[in-house]
Design a protein around this ligand. Structure first.
Ligand code: SF4
Length: 87
């Protein structure tokens, strides 16, 4: 994970990336975390790592858990449509 050394979130409170709720202060926290990710030079690597390691909670690569799950399903469907094997 060499890429982690270039992360925009270095020095940021890690709790920012793990909102306790999806509403109210939690929603604002989620958006604030996503803004940090939006300017991150290793966003794609972070997202791929989160998908591969099946991170269930938190904001990784600018996506929250629901968005990552949706992306995973889209990729699996594309792979199945192309005749590949989806895990
Ligand atoms: S994409 Fe977001 S969570 Fe991932 S390394 Fe960058 S700032 Fe941190």
């Amino acid at each position: 994970m060499e890429w982690i050394h270039h992360a925009a979130c270095i020095g940021t409170d890690p709790e920012l990336f793990f909102p306790v709720s999806s509403e109210g202060p939690g929603a604002r926290q989620r958006e604030e975390a996503k803004q940090v990710c939006a300017g991150c030079p290793v966003r794609q690597q972070c997202l791929e790592w989160a998908l591969e390691s099946r991170q269930r909670a938190g904001i990784w690569g600018g996506l929250d858990e629901r968005e990552r799950a949706a992306l995973g399903r889209r990729r699996a469907n594309r792979l199945r449509s192309a005749g590949g094997v989806a895990r």
